[in-house]
Write a protein that binds this ligand. Structure first.
Ligand code: FAD
Length: 638
C-alpha cells in the first residue's frame, strides 16, 4: 500500500476522506461507580489489556485516559515478530501486515576511513533469521496500533470504549488485607475542570506510562540509570539520494553521533532517531530548547555526503529515556507473606523504560498486558484462585530485567562517541545485532519453572517447543478439509489453554491408540482437567481446547474414526467442530514433527497457555501429570 504521497494524514489510509479516517468517539456519560477492573491509560499496554477483557461482558471493565481522544501520530513504531503473532491472535494481524512497512534488511553505515566526515556502507544483514516466526518484523505508527485495538474493543461482546479526559489523581487500596481500591479521577478538558469522580475497583491496572500515578500510589519507583539519554525523534517526508532509505539503517558517524533510519508505512514516510546528548542527573531535556531544525541539521550532517531535503515533518519529539525498572509490578511488598494478595498492578512503561534503539518499549508493554489479561479473566470468572495473580509480577519483572540489560548493552555499543575514546566498530555492532536478533524479535522470552511453567523432564519429546518460550507455530494441514494453515493460528487470544496432542507413529484412528486413550481420559475420568474445570452447560472446549496433530497424510486418515473429543458437538444445535485435527502437509514437505523435533514413535503433549507460551511438554500417556499441572492453579467447577 502506498499513501502519504502528498502529505501525512493520520488514521485509516483506506478511507478516502481524510476527515473520516479516525474515530474519536469514546464512552459517554459518567464513570461507573463500581467495576471489576479499572485500567488507567490508553497506551499499548492499557489497550491490549482492555481488548482481552472486552471479550467478557460478565467482567465489568473500565478504561480511562487523560487525553481528550485517541492518539493520532507519533511515539513508537517498531512491531516485533512476536507482537505480530499476538496481533494475529487478537484478529487484526492481517490488517497490520497490509498497512505496515516490512523490515526485511538492515544496513550498517560507518565513517569512511579516508574521509571520516563522510559515511560509507559497512554491511547489511537479513533483519530476521529464517524460520524465527511466520510473521515479519514491521513498523507502523503506534497510533494505528491503538486504532486496531480500539476497533476490536468496540466490536467485542462488552462493546468497550475508553473514557477520555479522565486523570487518575489517587488510588487507595483497601486497608487490612481487604481487596479493592478507591480511585479518584479528575475530569479535565473544556467545561469539566474541577469535577471529580470516584470509582471502586476490585483490580486497578496502571498502564499510565513512565510517570505513572498508579505506581506512585503504591509506593514503587523506577530505578536504574541516574541520567537520561536525549533523542531527537522525527517522522519526515523527504527527498534524498541516500541509497538505503527504504531499509532500516544504523548509521554511526565519526563526530556527529548515531542515527537510525526506519522506513515507514505508505512507502514515503521515514522515522529518524537522532542521538542528541546525555543529560545530567535530574536534568530534563526541555531545558535545552532543542528544536526540530536542530534535529534536521544534525541528521543532514550525519548523512554526509548524501543530500537530505526535508519536505514535511508530521511529528517530532525530543524524547528522554533511561533504562529503569521497578522492584515489583504489583502492590504486594517484596517481603510480604504470600497470603497477601495483589489488587493493584502496573504494566508497560509504568514499570520499565527502555531506549528506543532496540524498539522494546511498546512491544514489551503489550506482552505485559497479554500476560496479565488471561490471569485476571481466570480469577474473575472463578476458574483460578486469586493467588494466580502473584505470577504476573514474578514472570514479567524477570523478563523486563533481562530485556533492560540487553537494551543497555545494545545502547552502549551504538553510542557513537564512547566516553573512553574507543573508535566506532561497525563489525561488532553488526555481529551483536545478528546474535541478539531474538531479543529484538521478542522471541527470546523464557519463563522459569513455576506453577505455570512445567519442569523439563520430557523436553526431549519436543525439542523445538521449548518449555517457557512462546509456542513456535509451524505449517500443517487441517484434516477435515485439507486446508493448509499454521498450527499456532488454530486459536485466538480467547483466554483458553490449549493441549496439542502430537500422535505417535501408529494409526491414531485405531481403537486403543494413545490418542483414543488420552481422549477417553479427558472425557471420562473424574481427574480429567477438561471435566473438572469446565462448567456444566459450557462447550467442552470452553476452558481447555484439545487439538491433535497426526504424522500421516490427510487422505489415509479416517476422520470418522477419531475420538469424540476431537469432533465435539458445540453450541445450541450441537453442531460438530471439525477444526480440532491436523496432519503433516506432505505436499509441501513441511513436516511439523521434523521442524519442531517431535519424538515420532511416541508422540507427546504440548500444553500452551492462553498467552501462547509453552507451559509443559508431557508424554501422550502422561494423564496424571497433565491433571496435576492444571490442579496447581485451577479451581474445580461444580
Ligand atoms: C513523547 C513520547 C515519545 C516516544 N517516542 C518513542 C519512539 O520514538 N520510539 C519508541 O520505541 N518508543 C517511544 N516512546 C515510548 C513508547 O511509546 C512506550 O514505550 C509505549 O507507548 C509504552 O506503552 P504504555 O502503554 O506502557 O505507556 P504509554 O504509551 O506511555 O501510555 C500511557 C497512557 O496513560 C495516560 N496517562 C498517564 N497518566 C495518566 C493518569 N494519571 N490518568 C489517566 N491517564 C494517564 C497517558 O496519557 C498515556 O496515553 C515514546 C514515548 C513518549 C511518551
Amino acid at each position: 500500500m502506498q499513501f502519504h504521497l502528498n502529505g501525512f494524514t493520520p488514521g485509516d489510509p483506506e478511507i478516502a476522506d481524510p476527515e473520516e479516517r479516525h474515530n474519536a468517539a469514546g464512552a459517554e456519560g459518567s464513570l461507573p461507580a463500581e467495576v471489576d477492573v479499572l485500567i488507567v491509560g490508553c497506551g499499548p499496554a492499557g489497550l491490549t489489556l482492555a481488548t482481552q477483557l472486552a471479550d467478557y461482558p460478565d467482567i465489568k471493565t473500565c478504561i480511562v485516559e487523560q487525553k481528550p481522544g485517541p492518539m493520532l501520530r507519533g511515539q513508537a513504531d517498531g512491531i516485533a515478530c512476536r507482537t505480530m503473532e499476538m496481533f494475529h491472535a487478537f484478529g487484526f494481524g492481517e490488517r497490520v501486515l497490509k498497512e505496515a512497512c516490512w523490515i526485511n534488511k538492515t544496513t550498517f553505515w560507518k565513517p569512511d576511513e579516508k574521509k571520516p566526515s563522510k559515511i560509507v556502507r559497512s554491511g547489511w544483514v537479513q533483519d530476521v533469521e529464517d524460520g524465527l516466526s511466520e510473521f515479519p518484523h514491521v513498523v507502523l505508527n503506534q497510533a494505528r496500533v491503538h486504532d486496531f485495538y480500539l476497533d476490536r474493543m468496540r466490536k467485542s461482546a462488552a462493546k468497550l470504549a475508553p473514557y477520555y479526559s479522565r486523570r487518575v489523581v489517587s488510588v487507595k487500596p483497601a486497608a487490612g488485607g481487604q481487596s479493592g481500591s478507591v480511585v479518584t479521577l479528575d475530569r479535565i478538558g473544556s467545561g469539566n475542570n474541577g469535577t471529580s469522580e470516584i470509582v471502586s475497583a476490585r483490580y486497578v491496572v496502571g498502564c499510565d506510562g513512565a510517570r505513572s500515578a498508579v505506581r506512585a500510589a503504591i509506593g514503587l519507583e523506577l530505578r536504574g540509570d541516574s541520567a537520561n539519554h536525549a533523542w531527537g525523534v522525527m517522522d519526515v517526508l523527504a527527498v534524498t539520494d541516500f541509497p538505503d532509505i527504504r531499509c532500516k539503517c544504523l548509521i554511526q558517524s565519526a563526530h556527529e553521533g548515531t542515527m537510525l533510519v526506519i522506513p515507514r508505512e505508505g512507502g514515503y514516510l521515514l522515522r529518524l532517531y537522532v542521538e542528541l546528548t546525555k543529560l545530567e542527573i535530574g536534568e530534563r531535556v526541555s531545558g535545552r530548547n532543542i528544536g526540530q531544525d536542530e534535529i534536521i541539521a544534525k541528521a543532514q550532517r550525519i548523512l554526509q555526503p548524501y543530500r537530505f531535503d526535508v519536505k514535511e515533518v508530521p511529528w517530532w519529539s525530543v524524547y528522554e529515556i533511561g533504562q529503569r525498572l521497578t522492584d515489583k509490578f504489583d502492590n504486594v511488598p517484596a517481603n510480604a507473606d504470600t497470603a497477601v494478595m495483589p489488587s493493584v498492578f502496573i504494566a508497560g512503561d509504568a514499570c520499565h523504560t527502555h531506549s528506543p534503539k532496540a524498539g522494546q518499549g511498546m512491544n514489551v508493554s503489550m506482552q505485559d498486558a497479554f500476560n496479565l489479561g488471561w490471569k485476571l479473566v481466570s480469577v474473575l470468572r472463578g476458574q483460578s484462585p486469586v493467588s494466580l495473580l502473584h505470577s504476573y509480577s514474578a514472570e514479567r519483572r524477570a523478563i523486563a530485567k533481562e530485556l533492560i540489560d540487553f537494551d543497555r548493552e545494545w545502547a552502549e555499543l551504538l553510542a557513537s562517541a564512547p566516553e573512553d575514546g574507543r573508535k566506532v566498530d561497525p563489525a561488532k555492532t553488526q555481529t551483536y545485532f545478528v546474535q541478539h536478533g531474538r531479543y529484538t524479535a521478542g522471541t527470546a522470552t523464557r519463563y522459569r519453572p513455576s506453577i505455570l511453567t512445567g519442569a523439563s523432564t520430557y523436553q526431549h519429546l519436543a525439542s523445538g517447543f521449548v518449555i517457557g518460550r512462546r509456542f513456535h507455530s509451524a505449517p500443517v494441514l487441517r484434516l477435515a478439509d485439507a486446508k493448509p494453515m499454521h498450527l499456532g493460528h488454530a486459536g485466538g487470544a480467547d483466554g483458553r489453554f490449549r493441549i496439542f496432542a502430537f500422535a505417535g507413529a501408529g494409526d491414531p484412528a485405531a481403537s486403543g491408540s494413545a490418542i483414543h486413550r488420552l481422549c477417553d481420559f479427558l472425557m471420562e475420568d473424574p481427574a480429567s482437567p477438561v471435566r473438572k474445570y469446565t462448567r456444566k452447560g459450557e462447550d467442552i472446549d470452553a476452558v481447555i481446547d484439545v487439538r491433535a496433530v497426526f504424522q500421516q497424510a490427510h487422505d489415509v486418515l479416517a476422520v470418522e474414526k477419531m475420538p469424540g473429543l476431537l469432533l465435539p458437538p458445540k453450541g445450541r444445535y450441537g453442531l460438530c467442530d471439525y477444526e480440532k485435527m491436523f496432519c503433516v502437509d506432505h505436499k509441501t514437505g513441511n513436516d511439523v514433527f521434523a521442524m519442531r523435533g517431535i519424538e515420532r514413535e511416541a508422540g507427546c503433549l504440548i500444553v500452551v497457555r492462553p498467552d501462547q507460551y509453552v507451559a509443559h511438554v508431557l508424554p501422550l500417556d502422561g494423564h496424571r501429570e497433565l491433571a496435576a499441572y492444571f490442579d496447581g492453579f485451577m479451581l474445580q467447577q461444580s
